[in-house]
Design a protein around this ligand. Structure first.
Ligand code: ME8
Length: 650
């Protein structure tokens, strides 16, 4: 019987800098689903790749003095190296600079034009260069800046082609509200209210202001702009309108497109509209997850707050990172990344939970039975509960998988791990071992534990593919014992199974020591890709002054005692300082980069004799020293903590 096809895709990522842990989330999640579905017997095609055109890439390559293609070639290698490191089992890696993709996009664009869905017009709007996005006035943030990255936007106007969206509005509204296309469904109402109800705006689909894109075949001064190029990847990779592949009939419509909420709108509205215009079936599911945030902000290259997955997987192993990020992200919510939470989770779930269960069980079989269990069994108290927990997993996991609730799948599996560890405490094998008349019962307890480990290891192999083979070796499981269908069959290992003691699977980490070392490492680690470093343009030197003039500026060390946001302002923080002179209040425009709790207790450098001023109606007595980063963000200068509040700086 031929296998049922299953097609799953990640977004194609911008190779405008190194991949970070946010990219890892979607890719690892899709990989785990792909592995699970393969295990279930599906004929899976798992697609990932890179979205290589656009102004940002053109600019970055120019800064580096190389061609855009040479620039993306370099970064694509880094993406691929990371996916290898993270054990990503993609079946195809698409690059939008691949000839077959270009052919498909050009044909799609022409088709939509010939059918009257694409027309020529003029685009006027607010443009955010880093995000390559035009925004309408109403979409800007309260400071009139880009709603995505909160940087300044510029007025822009150019001749452009547009795609009509209104003919599809009704069908898209039905798709979102009346089907389970979008997961989680709660986001559908938000999309309909924000974008469809106010009247779906036509989409700008070409550009003349840069050249690094796919040329429009019938109007050479235009290149295809972002979304028609990017979204088409899901079908060009199958051979739609090209001869490089012949998988379209087999794999389309896709089973799951997975994306984060930043590009949900394009996948929930624009992509269905394009497919409707092309008269193609719609994908079955769009799974939307939240962002991995760092200090409350989206982790992104343009904000410069990325966590390096190379460094983390070198240190803890890819499986620990895979487990942590999947376990942390609940469907529909953001997940905040912290090294400390990650290390604690590795300790509690992987070292103490799973690792301990395996090593204790294997060690006891080794010690009490010289590695091989006898065949006789004696059932007893607690067995049924453990067996029910293990064999009940399959059904629960399958329903959670259908709803892409990967964190809950892991939670279910780890509940069985806890149940098994509790079973060890309840049955106390070390006490049974003291009395030879309990040998059969002891063998039964240990067999039940080995079986439970075998059962959980099967679904876990989709999430932690590097570790499970090590466990299989230790518990004496071979290929026939780890088939998916045996998850619900307790008693699959041979009755006289032989274990093999091995290395500790997840060593326990000393949290405090590790955090210190990790922070040092992060500070000293060089980015793998030099062109990702924003270029710093030195500011011209200010007019020369003599020492007396400098002496007029009273710089002091001060300690932040309290800090809060200034109401009605996005930019300002109000700080109460211990300045060694009785205290004072200062207002500072750093709210976009620091949360109050990041600053409380820290020492800063204060311009102490600056004339008081009112900012947003709040009095500010002095100024905090800070410096601009090349990407436009601001860093406060923190002096040596040994300096007391009030110390004068000279
Ligand atoms: O948007 N947390 O590419 P992109 C979680 N090329 N996921 C994150 C994340 C974070 N902090 N940051 C990025 C593009 N992602 C387009 C897509 S698709 C036809 C074109 C993940 O490199 C998440 O999957 O900006 C998000 O949707 C995607 O990276 C955006 O990647």
């Amino acid at each position: 019987m031929s296998k049922k096809p299953y097609y799953i895709t990640t977004p194609i990522y911008y190779p405008s800098g190194n991949p970070h842990i946010g990219h890892c989330y979607t890719t690892v999640a899709c990989d785990s689903i792909a592995r699970f579905r393969r295990m279930q017997g599906y004929d899976v095609k798992f697609l990932t790749g890179t979205d290589e055109h656009g102004l940002k890439i053109e600019q970055k390559a120019e800064e580096k003095g190389i061609t855009p293609k040479a620039y993306v070639d370099e970064i694509v290698e880094i993406f691929k190296a990371l996916w290898d490191k993270m054990h990503i089992s993609y079946d195809q890696y698409i690059r939008t600079t691949d000839a077959y993709h270009i052919e498909t996009v050009q044909k799609i664009f022409k088709k939509l034009y010939d059918q009257g869905y694409i027309y020529k017009g003029e685009y006027k709007g607010k443009y955010c260069t880093p995000c390559e996005s035009f925004w309408t006035q109403s979409q800007l943030d309260e400071n009139g800046c880009c709603p995505e990255c909160h940087r300044e936007v510029v007025e822009a106007k150019e001749e452009a082609y547009f795609m009509k969206m209104s003919p599809f509005a009704d069908r898209i509204e039905k798709l979102l509200l009346e089907t389970d296309y979008l997961q989680p469904k709660t986001r559908a109402v938000e999309l309909v209210n924000n974008f469809i109800k106010p009247g779906l705006e036509d989409l700008c689909v070409s550009r003349t202001s840069f050249t690094w894109g796919i040329p429009v075949t019938f109007d050479k001064k235009h290149v295809v702009y972002v979304w028609i190029d990017a979204l088409s990847n899901y079908i060009s990779a199958l051979g739609y309108e090209n001869d490089a592949f012949h998988d379209f009939d087999k794999y389309w419509p896709a089973d799951v497109h997975m994306v984060a909420k930043d590009i949900m709108r394009f996948h929930a509205i624009v992509w269905p509209a394009m497919l409707m215009a092309l008269d193609l079936p719609l994908p079955k599911h769009l799974a939307v997850h939240g962002w991995i945030t760092f200090n409350g902000q989206k982790m992104s290259k343009s904000l410069g707050n990325v966590v390096d997955p190379f460094l983390l997987s070198d240190r803890y192993g890819a499986d620990a990172i895979r487990y942590h990020i999947l376990r942390e992200m609940a469907l529909g919510a953001d997940s905040s990344f912290s090294n400390e939470i990650m290390i604690n989770r590795i300790n509690s779930d992987l070292a103490n939970g799973l690792g301990n269960l395996v090593s204790r069980t294997v060690a006891m079989v080794d010690k009490y039975f010289d590695s091989t269990l006898p065949a006789e069994r004696q059932p007893g108290e607690f067995d049924n509960e453990l067996i029910a927990a293990a064999t009940g997993l399959k059904e629960k996991l399958e329903s959670l998988l259908d709803n892409t609730q990967l964190n809950l799948m892991l939670a279910e599996i780890f509940q069985v791990v806890s149940r098994a560890n509790k079973y060890i405490d309840e049955t106390a094998p070390w006490i049974l071992a003291k009395d030879p008349s309990n040998r059969t019962r002891l063998a039964t307890v240990l067999y039940n534990l080995l079986e439970t480990i075998r059962i959980i290891s099967i679904p876990l192999s989709a999430f932690m593919p590097e570790t499970m083979p090590k466990i299989w070796q230790q518990i004496g499981a071979s290929a026939e014992h780890i088939q998916y269908d045996t998850i619900s069959a307790f008693g699959n290992l041979p009755a006289t199974v032989t274990v093999q003691k091995g290395d500790i699977i997840f060593p326990r980490i000393d949290v405090e020591k590790e955090i210190d070392e990790l922070n040092q490492l992060i500070l000293s680690s060089k980015p793998k890709e030099p062109s990702d470093q924003p270029q710093y343009t030195p500011q011209p030197l200010a007019e020369e002054i003599d020492i007396d003039t400098f002496g007029k500026i009273d710089l002091r060390v001060a300690k932040v005692v309290e800090c809060e946001k200034v109401k009605k302002s996005k930019k300002l923080l109000k700080l109460q300082l211990d300045d060694g002179m009785g205290g004072r209040q200062v207002v500072s425009g750093i709210a976009a980069w620091y949360k109050p709790e990041d600053l409380i207790g820290k020492k800063i450098i204060l311009v102490a004799n600056l004339k008081p001023a009112k900012l947003c109606g709040v009095e500010s007595c002095g100024m905090i020293c800070a410096s601009d980063m090349p990407d436009g963000s601001v860093k406060v200068i923190f002096p040596d903590d040994a300096l007391p509040a009030g110390a004068k700086i000279r």
